[in-house]
Design a protein around this ligand. Sequence first.
Ligand code: BGC
Length: 846
Amino acid sequence: MKNKQRKWQKTWAFLLVLSMCLSLWGCGTSKETDLQAENGQAVTQQTTAEQEETEQETTEQIVKYEPTEPKPLDKSAYMDASKDVEERVTELLSQMTLEEKIAQMLQPEQAAVSYADIKQYGIGSVLSGGGSAPASGNTAEDWQMHINNIKQAALESRLGIPVLYGVDAVHGHNNVYGATVYPHNIGLGSANDEELMKRMGEAVAKEVRATGIQWTFAPTLANPQNELWGRTYEGFGEDVELVTRLGAAFVTGLQGEIGTDAYLDDSRILATAKHYIGEGDTYNGINQGDVQMSEEEFDRLLHEELLAPYKAAIEAGARTVMVSFNSVDGLKCHENKHLIMDILKGELGFTGLVISDYNGVQQVSGKNYKEQIANSVNAGVDLLMEPNSWKECMTELKAAVEEGLVSIERIDDAVSRILRVKFEAGLFEEEIGAEEALMADFGSDEHRAIAREAVSKSMVLLKNDTINGKTALENLAECKNILVAGAKADNIGYQCGGWTISWQGSAGNITEGTTILEGLQEVAGDGVTIDYSAEGEVGANHEAVVLVVGENPYAETSGDRSVSSLILPGSDRKVIENVKETAAAVGKEDIPVIVVMVAGRPLTIADQIADFDALVMAWLPGTEGAGVADVLLGDNEFTGTLTYTWPWYASDIVGKLEAENEKNILFKNGSGLRKDGSSINADGTVEIGAAPSQSEEEKEAQSAVGIDLASSGYVLEAENFTSDSYLVKTGNSNNISYVDNWGTEWANAKWEVYVPEEGNYRLHFNIAAAKDSETVAIYYQTPVIEDDGNANRTVVPMTATENMDDFQDFTLDVTLEKGNYQFKFMTDTTDGADFRLDNIKFEYLD
Ligand code: BGC
């Protein structure tokens, strides 16, 4: 694939190894700690020659910074709203010191910055990461109060530049308790309704603005090509045309129609076109991974596809763009000047601000933080989302300017863009407290009605067999006794998915809303009895089963899957079996089983689909479960169609769009049925034949779970981890490859392992450790597709070795069953437990 040798390829070869990982798990819910670690410190390693080259590159052409005195303070010169925006920007810029300019370029996390800091430095922007709520609590009022304090602090700084506050309102104001939560984008793609997107955007904006926030990091404009990717549900669909239309409509909804008075008025918020660019095309669907194309090939893809949604969003008035974590041919977007400067700001003429993603700067090349910052800023990043290291970032960026690594012209350009957006968004005229007027809209019935409509329109009926002359859905409409089955039927957390209250999302009663079960109870006609059984116990009185199954919540990398794990969780497969068995036991094996799938993407259901009489893809509908009921039991007809090509097996994802692979497709893009069994799209007919036969090799690929201990000689080499979350560095010394933990960060490596024989094992951990530690733990969990949280967590009793090249064996005795496991090796705290793990040997005891 790669047809060009580039000097940075070597640097990134190692990152590519990292990105070969398949999936990881989320062990917590606050992005405060988790993301900080996931997107933690840079993992680059450079040779000295390469470092020099980088340095030369950054220094050349830059005229050394000569400090000049800013103009004396005169607020009236830029506070005058009758002046034009560019004039105000120029005036304000001329009154700023270098420190003040740099402070405008920083975006700390709300929990990592004090009001006093904001006032002292004149911080330009603050964010709430996923799951990061005000210390006082998570109600809309808590947010409002906290954000107003932050705003007030910024106004009290010398220049009084208003702060721009950003949040991930990606399906409603989803971090805040009681907000209306809409379907994730994948569902909205199926609804395919631009007018609805606009209404929804407007409603989301009101709830966000009610809490004082003026900016959301949405919409995602990826058109994901590989559903192994944990962020698939954040995209509207695999077709760029759809993404372009819906993305632009949503931007219009959030910001108001460009060219009208509504545009960025007091009830609207700024949108973000993200993540720029190529994230849906990474190798193997790996989050933050690499798009393995040459610059020329990628340029072609950009112009044929990927730029279109960005162009449309910008034309619709989007003023901020977030850079993506992925790399292209090994070069991270965060340091890709061609993509940001030449294409986005040049070719597309984007005059708004470009923000980096969470700690994204720390993933680029550079021998230290200062060089990384310089490389990102020089590539065109204007606002630095450095949530926890913002203070250090300010110091280093200032030093970079003073040392000539970054020109003052680049700084002035970045700051002008930030100020321009603030002026355009009316921040300088914003009155603290004015948002109170919008509070009545927060989580209102009116907004919930829009969400319910969106849910109903996003339902896709993919299978609807005929039973006794009527379709399964027609049968359901006539039933008087319905069993609703499955834990996901009565659980707000499951139906909302990731990015809801917490970053990863979670099961349970996490916010206000209507579960699917409650919705069915509400919508069912008089005389219809709805019973519920989480386990799927069918009774003799039941005439139909509505069985709700799906994925457990996840966000970002922890949602990445391997081809063998893109399946329903074991607990849900068990309920499917239980429904079958218990129905048969009471002589009800012929009653229709209507499966509602709550999931963020197409899954491999080859082994289950024959048991479903009907299949309704409900995606991740959000808080308004009654929208599901409106189509199942109410009068609403199905109008949603699939926006992804759904293969029989996840092993067929690659190449699924090629015509010759049609036989491997279970449901075509565009599929969708009505209750009477007719197809919504002329070419969207759904015919489900038998699963394509798989060769032995293909079967193996489908069920492979990583490393078979029998064939690896009962040794797990540390660097062969199946996936990593948080910070996993690899290194090499004395010809020993190891995974390395920096003492102040979290580490977590995961191996998917097949244990061929049950028994007692002694695990030998070959480790070099800086000090005795009680915080480095191994977790081993089975089966591989379940995340059992902290199951079988055991601390590895390691003590300090002579030095960091002195690898010693530390042992742990465990009992293992035959089968698939995931082994996770991680630090529990950031207490400075430096260690290097070379390998784990499995000694069979008895
Ligand atoms: C995600 C972005 C998000 C940001 C801030 C990152 O991890 O990639 O989509 O906007 O965090 O929470």
